[in-house]
Design a protein around this ligand. Structure first.
Ligand SMILES: *Cc1c(COP(=O)(O)O)cnc(C)c1O
Length: 412
């Protein structure tokens, strides 16, 4: 079966629930063991006191460890990412912070791509540094050889524990080279005595348009609030990868208690049924919107993956992306005043942060999602005061374009 067919049924059998075609919501905190011996075995496995038989599944114990709704969803997410396992969380930030805390200890080095999602930026700079993790950012133009050279000069090359990358970068849509960073991981692994983890935040293009595991990623993180759910009605997160890597993250999730609730899992499982329909429509719409925007006199730049003037960016796009996605940033002439005039004149497209949902959303990164980034850093990244970030939804493309056309006329 193709993934888009299998995702409708994987992990659930109607016989478990009175023939119900769809899974019910298992609103239960705890689960009955058939006998005491079974309870003992489940705990031995859950606490890693014995190794699980290859065919043996961890039985249900308590909903902080697992729950049928979480389990169905995790099987479907692993299917979509074409990997072995998934762990789900009550938010994208819970997924990302749990992954980082699973592996990072005082004195370890974290390499991360810059720019990066604001919440991740804050967690790295304010929390991880406060517990003694050494953090170093990677710029878009840096190659693995250059990064290695700098790390060796600083005496940090044998201390790197994690490479954390987000691509395309928000809000400029700049692409990081996943294959080159995979090579960096391999070189670092030869110098380090501990395992080096390569983690990719795939919220913008995954799981359909970018497959980081093909380029050597160990774990793929998501804000499932965005495309995966796509209806702006829940906050959710997920991590996918090989069983050994995901199990380590689930181990800490159990004790931080950052797991997903049965209700959130049920809503997200339902949303995944239309993931391909939604994302494909959003991608088609985005391309039409891009074509419209690039011809408008009020606009100085349109940032859309694969359409860069830079040859290296176009090569990375060709090698690692299966589609451009549905996020477009564009710069209007006239700075904040002009950008605000456009945002305030939109009639159908909503003025709100977040992205990937079925309705189109627009916002002003300079003063909203990236308000916390210092102004000179924003200007270096090309994150200017005239920039508007647009998340293209599933509406009729003519309506999205017409709304943008009339809003652009509000610039005086
Ligand atoms: C939204 C987002 C996050 C954070 O996810 P939440 O679900 O809001 O906690 C992380 N990374 C990226 C790229 C995002 O867009």
């Amino acid at each position: 079966m193709k993934i888009e067919s299998h995702v409708l049924s994987k992990g659930y059998n109607p016989e478990w629930s009175e023939g119900s075609v769809k899974s019910p919501i298992f609103m239960s905190s705890t689960f009955v063991f058939r006998n005491a011996q079974e309870g003992k075995r489940f705990f031995e496995i859950a606490y890693g006191k014995v190794t699980q038989e290859p065919t043996e599944q961890l039985g249900l114990i308590y909903s902080r460890l697992n729950n049928p709704n979480m389990q169905i969803l995790e099987e479907r997410l692993a299917l979509l990412e074409e990997t072995e396992d998934a762990a789900v969380f009550e938010s994208g930030m819970a997924a990302i912070s749990t992954v980082m805390l699973t592996h990072l200890r005082p004195g370890d080095v974290l390499l991360f791509s810059n720019p990066i999602y604001g919440g991740t930026h804050h967690f790295i700079h304010h929390f991880l540094t406060s517990i003694g993790v050494i953090v170093r950012s990677i710029g878009v133009l840096e190659t693995s050889d250059e990064i290695m050279k700098t790390l060796r000069e600083e005496g940090l090359s044998d201390k790197v524990k994690m490479i954390y990358v987000e691509t395309p970068a928000n809000p400029t849509n700049t692409l990081f080279d996943l294959a080159d960073l995979g090579r960096l991981k391999d070189v670092l692994q030869r110098e380090c005595e501990h395992p080096v983890f390569y983690v990719v935040d795939n919220t913008y293009l995954g799981p359909i348009w970018q497959k980081p595991m093909v380029f050597g990623a160990d774990l793929v993180c998501y804000s499932a609030t965005k495309f995966l759910n796509g209806h702006s009605d829940i906050i959710a997160g997920a991590v996918m990868g090989k069983t050994e890597h995901v199990s380590a993250v689930k181990g800490l999730r159990t004790f931080l208690g950052s797991m997903m609730s049965p209700h959130t899992a049920w809503v997200l499982t339902r949303s995944l049924e239309t993931l391909y329909l939604r994302m494909n429509r959003q991608g088609e719409n985005a391309f039409k919107v891009y074509e419209f925007l690039k011809g408008q006199p009020q606009i100085s730049r349109v940032l859309f993956p694969g359409q860069s003037d830079d040859a290296r960016q176009r090569r990375i796009y060709a090698e690692q992306c299966l589609g451009a996605g549905a996020m477009i940033s564009f710069e209007v002439r006239g700075g904040e005043k002009a950008a605000f005039a456009v945002l305030d004149a939109l009639k159908m497209i909503k003025l709100a942060v977040s992205l990937g949902s079925n309705e189109s959303l627009a916002q002003h990164p300079f003063t909203m999602t990236h308000a916390d980034v210092p102004d000179d850093e924003k200007n270096n990244l090309g994150l200017t005061e005239g920039l508007i970030r647009l998340s293209v939804g599933i509406e009729h493309p003519d309506d999205i374009i017409e709304d943008l056309r009339q809003a652009l006329e509000a610039i005086v």
